[in-house]
Design a protein around this ligand. Structure first.
Ligand code: 13P
Length: 250
């Protein structure tokens, strides 16, 4: 890395765990050391209060995996950003490809959710990434640009937003792009951010890589120029693996 952006190592627990397991995992993460990087865990919504209680006062932050764009109202089953903040969250993942695929979330919806997260004082982790068909069709950079353009509101700053580049075909598959491919996409994203938000935001905003990051490949992925941390799924469910990834931060 060429700048002083502090790496962020974020665990997306997805729809895994029950209370006892989640609290034990959170405690084990908190007991580890992660010099030089920030740690974040994002449990399923109902597990946020016990996890936040277990992590209270420590260095590991807590985030949600989604929120609604409205502040409150008749939205059965949904959670408002302000509720996440109230439950102890500092971050929220938005526009994850699993939500885009499972719930038909559009860039415009992700953008509205990002505004809601900012209004609630949360740091939005906005996810983008191409499918295998898009990569094979040579459309990766165009796809990423359109997601970045459509998913980010005007008020994005380096402090209130983190970008996560997660190639859809690398999530949960054990496959990862080459280092050159990751660097190309991260450089491209930072260029898009610079054109729209200016050099200050582009220089400060963190762009994470996500997709089959694990202890054995984290060192290589985190050393790529422009990669400012990781968004980790499967390997975040074992404290030992998650902390080993954090220990790989350059
Ligand atoms: P895996 O690390 O399991 O591939 O998941 C990545 C991811 O989707 C993180 O949001």
């Amino acid at each position: 890395m060429t700048t002083s952006r502090t790496p962020l190592i974020a665990g997306n627990w997805k729809m895994n765990g029950a209370t006892a397991e989640a609290v034990a995992l959170a405690r084990a993460v908190a007991a580890g050391t992660a010099a030089g990087c920030e740690l974040l865990v994002c449990p399923p919504t109902v597990l946020i209060p016990p996890v936040a209680a277990a992590l209270k006062g420590g260095a590991v932050a807590v985030g949600g995996q989604d929120c609604h764009f409205a502040e409150s109202g008749a939205h059965t089953g949904d959670i408002a950003a302000v509720m996440l903040a109230d439950a102890g969250c500092s971050h929220v993942i938005l526009g994850h490809s699993e939500r885009r695929a499972d719930h038909g979330e559009s860039d415009a919806l992700v953008c509205a959710k990002t505004e809601a997260a900012h209004a609630a004082g949360l740091i939005a982790i906005v996810c983008v990434g191409e499918t295998l068909a898009e990569r094979d069709g040579g459309e990766t950079l165009a796809r990423i640009s359109s997601q970045i353009e459509g998913s980010l509101p005007a008020a994005v700053t380096a402090e209130n937003t983190v970008i996560a580049y997660e190639p859809v075909w690398a999530i949960g598959t054990g496959r990862t792009p080459t280092a050159a491919d990751v660097e190309e996409v991260h450089t491209h994203i930072r260029g898009d951010i610079e054109r729209r938000f200016g050099a200050g935001v582009a220089g400060g905003i963190r762009i994470l890589y996500g997709g089959s990051m694990k202890p054995s490949n984290a060192g290589e992925l985190l050393a790529i120029d422009g990669v400012d941390g990781g968004l980790i799924g499967g390997a975040s469910l074992k404290a030992e693996d998650f902390l080993a990834i954090a220990a790989s931060c350059p």
